[in-house]
Design a protein around this ligand. Sequence first.
Ligand SMILES: [Zn+2]
Length: 172
Amino acid sequence: MAINWPELRAAAIDAASRAYAPYSRLRVGAAGLTGDGRVVTGCNVENASYGLTLCAECGLVSALHAAPPSATNGAAPPLLIAVAVVAGDGDPLLPCGRCRQLLLEAGGPALLVDTASGPVTLADLLPASFGTADLAARRDQAAPPPPPQSGHGSQLLHQPQGATAPCQTSYH
Ligand SMILES: [Zn+2]
């Protein structure tokens, strides 16, 4: 499938215009092309609790999965084949480390990512990556049994005002 990079970048610029970035004031937009020809977008969303900030690529991957499957794709999850990420100035911005990992699962190592000097594969941006195959191959096959279920209810250790020793109260 031919990838219309100017169109993809334009969709990312459009998404960036709706970013919620009052703290960093770095608006970011991301647009991805799926294997069945659809374009999904996302923008960054910040929060007063800074660590909760969502990158534009997070929104893009969520939109990818939230979209109804196409008739040709059946129940298979959609796959990204190309992604453009831009800042509010319209120029390409490379995904952060976490988002490279997110994009890996949504598009695989062959996913093309727009850069200022042309598209590169995600494998170039995230070499020696960890993926689903590692998880399947390395998970503990002889999983230990779940821990014994403790009794229901809870116990509260507290020291009433004026008391000299802590006092334990159980709720069942
Ligand atoms: Zn990110």
